[in-house]
Design a protein around this ligand. Structure first.
Ligand code: SF4
Ligand code: SF4
Length: 490
């Protein structure tokens, strides 16, 4: 049931609801203090307009803006579907209100009508305050694109958010956390967003091999710099720091299926924050992935459990790296599912006894690309799999999409507002385990659960596959290990 916008009661400022959120959440500071690194405020409006003009000249955003800028419809469907607006009920969080901020600039400065109206008395002029306001508003949107599903005119507010953030980035306004990580990935010594040197990554892999043998009695391997491998592996690099079970599960599947795969030491990070704020950086990051595949003589890009890393590579490797000649991109859940269906991977049924639910990461589910594969596997290995409602293409964002999960300063906004719908969904399932196959979503869903007092385990799909994998030829039999140790000692 949708409401025309005129009939919706707005609040101009958000007020906590009785019996609702536990804490009063302060609004994000309009001074943008945490967005900036040494902002050069000189002639900000002129530089913003120059950047906007350059982007329009060198991209195909203009037709999208032309259509959106002419629309007068205000049916309200986008408001009803936005998880942020559903909580705040603030006019500022209505998707088309937010998009209007950029469209107003577009109309005034980049259309003939706007130019004429300015001569006839339209008083709108872009100034510093307006730019600061855009910076604030465009980071309240998680770019989840849920609103696009319902818009009868197909307006993609997530795309307009992305464009606005790109123009802001070109004048130096971007959340510091995203800038610092991307700078290390593109221009730093380690070439990854977590700043992990290659020897440290290899040490971690050795530790995971030992841990997997001890904890799961399973022999795994992480091949490094193998020339001519079919798959070159790019997980979210933070998995090496935070998600050992996901990585062990990934390696176990590759080993059990006899895959030809490798990790490259020059580039082993699938994270691509360019997807959140700059096509220019998005291009450089996917191009570096392809360069690593070429250096190794590999054939395909295998992305780990990460939604935005998968979408950025799947959608933009062909765009920026040679079209049909570019290496194919596959997400590890697709690989695992295909191998299992082909009978090359055996998984024990009903191994996981707790109630399990599945969170659809927006970047792989919204388009309908990866929705059924993980569910097929979970229904096989779990005794009690339950769905969240809604799910698949209609899923709710975790609340930390669009790169906002990296901004620690807005945790309360992310979890208590952006993530409230997700918390309610999880609570309604009664699940003890939430499978969240994306590095960003894992962090965010775990924080959402903490801040909403939900006692659940948040993990990846391959964490559970690790417990269900049936590969006796790779099992370490404790007796053999004991015998081997004794033989070594004598
Ligand atoms: S993209 Fe998501 S967060 Fe942004 S306006 Fe649309 S529904 Fe709301
Ligand atoms: S952007 Fe689309 S869904 Fe939102 S009010 Fe306009 S027509 Fe309706």
């Amino acid at each position: 049931m949708f409401h025309a916008l005129e009939s919706i009661e707005f609040r101009d400022t958000w007020v906590p609801q009785p019996g609702g959120l536990q804490h009063e959440v302060e609004h994000m500071a309009i001074a943008c203090s945490y967005y900036l690194e040494d902002l050069d405020g000189r002639e900000l409006p002129r530089r913003f307009l120059d950047a906007f003009a350059a982007i329009l000249a060198h991209s195909n955003y203009a037709p999208v803006l032309d259509v959106a800028a002419r629309m007068k419809a205000r049916c309200g469907r986008c408001a009803d579907t936005c998880p942020v607006y559903q909580v705040t009920r603030e006019k500022r969080d209505i998707p088309c209100e937010r998009s209007e901020l950029l469209l107003r600039v577009y109309r005034r400065y980049f259309t003939l009508g706007g130019n004429l109206r300015s001569r006839l008395g339209d008083t709108f002029d872009l100034d510093d305050a307006y730019i600061n306001r855009m910076a604030e508003e465009y980071y309240r949107c998680t770019a989840c694109r849920r609103c696009k599903l319902e818009c009868p005119l197909g307006v993609d507010h997530g795309l307009i958010t992305h464009l606005a953030r790109w123009i802001l980035a070109e004048v130096g306004i971007t959340p510091k956390a995203l800038v610092v990580a991307t700078r290390e990935q593109l221009d730093g010594k380690t070439h990854n967003t977590s700043g992990i040197p290659a020897p440290a990554m290899m040490d971690t892999c050795e530790f995971l091999v030992e841990d997997c043998a001890d904890e799961h009695q399973l022999k795994i391997d992480f091949p490094v710099d193998v020339a001519g491998a079919e798959y070159v592996f790019f997980p979210a690099v933070s998995d090496y720091l935070l998600e050992p079970d996901t990585l062990m599960g990934n390696a176990a599947v590759m080993m059990a299926t006899g895959a030809s795969w490798t990790i490259g030491t020059h580039n082993f990070d699938g994270i691509n924050y360019g997807l959140f704020y700059s096509d220019r950086l998005l291009d450089r990051i996917v191009s570096n992935e392809v360069a690593e595949v070429k250096r190794l003589g590999g054939r395909k890009i295998l992305i780990g459990e990460c939604g935005h890393a998968s979408r950025s590579a799947k959608a933009f490797v062909p765009t920026f790296c040679g079209g049909e000649a570019a290496p194919p991109v596959i997400n590890i859940m697709e690989y695992t599912h295909a191998q299992w269906k082909a009978g090359k991977l055996r998984l024990k049924p009903d191994v996981i006894k707790q109630r399990v639910t599945y969170h659809d990461p927006c970047n792989i589910a919204r388009s309908g690309w990866i929705t059924e594969q993980p569910r097929d596997i979970l229904k096989h290995i779990c005794t009690d799999f339950v769905e969240m409602t809604p799910n698949r293409t209609e899923n709710y964002c975790c609340g930390g999409g669009g790169g906002t999960v990296s901004i620690d300063e807005i945790r309360e906004f992310r979890t208590l507002i952006g993530g409230k719908a997700k918390a309610d969904q999880i609570r309604a399932t009664g699940a003890e385990i939430v499978v969240s196959p994306c590095a960003n979503c894992k962090k965010q869903v775990a924080e959402v659960c903490q801040d909403h007092d939900l006692d659940v385990r948040v993990c990846g799909l391959h964490d559970l596959i690790l417990e269900a994998i049936d590969a006796p030829e790779f099992m370490i039999i404790p007796q053999d290990a004991e015998t081997a140790t004794t033989a070594e000692e004598t």
